[in-house]
Ligand binder design. Structure first.
Ligand code: GRF
Length: 202
């Protein structure tokens, strides 16, 4: 399946997806990376791996709607069938989300529905969690709220600070996201009536 990735920054999850898709047996092909930030480090990484990149900056558009319409146009031009958000730091407008619903996924660095939004690691530590993790979910208009495709848990160790915990979660993200995209690209994880249907497991 032709897959486009939306980023805003570092792009380490993007890199993990590009690496997985380098295997010809992998069911998703990364056809392009779009960033809303011209200085996103991920852009250089994707370009170096031969993936077409483009910047669609919010500042070039009069409204959120116009910005999302430009992203939608870029996705259509790429022939994208799946959209993977990987550290895309903007809430997408409802018409855009509805158009791509069931075909757009996101990774969040927490075990949803806990710790939606920013600073999830800090908040997990503050809450005294003994486990933490990451979630890949279908995107719905509410932030970090869509049906869950896959999750990975990691332990919270004594003495963890935000940096140590986020590094442990990030490693899990890099394993989880390619696995979850595989399920979606193979049609084994589907969104139906607001829920995830998993099928085809042996
Ligand atoms: C990741 O922790 C991801 O879960 C969150 O933002 C971070 C992006 O990191 N949505 P990267 O750009 O993939 O390195």
């Amino acid at each position: 399946k032709r897959t486009a990735i939306l980023i805003s920054g570092r792009g380490s999850n993007m890199t993990a997806l590009i690496a997985a898709a380098a295997d010809p047996a992998y069911p998703a092909e990364i056809v392009g990376v779009i960033s809303d930030k011209a200085d996103a480090a991920g852009l250089g990484i994707a370009a170096a791996r031969g993936v077409p990149v483009q910047v669609v900056a919010r500042g070039d558009f009069a409204s959120k709607e116009a910005h999302d319409a430009a992203i939608d146009k870029a996705l259509t031009k790429l022939g994208a069938e799946i959209v993977a958000l990987a550290g895309y730091m903007r809430l997408l407008t409802t018409p855009f989300v509805e158009k791509w619903q069931g075909r757009m996924i996101n990774i969040h660095p927490a075990l949803l529905p806990l710790f939606k939004g920013l600073d999830s690691h800090k908040r997990a530590l503050e809450a005294g969690m003994r486990v933490h993790g990451c979630t890949v979910h279908f995107v719905t208009p509410e932030m970090d709220d869509g049906p869950i495709i896959a999750q990975a848990a990691v332990p919270v160790m004594l003495g963890d600070d935000e940096a140590a915990l986020s590094a442990r979660v990030l490693k899990a993200e890099h394993r989880l996201y390619p696995m979850a995209l595989r399920l979606v690209a193979e049609g084994k994880a589907r969104m139906e009536n607001g829920r995830v249907t998993l099928s085809g497991f042996v």
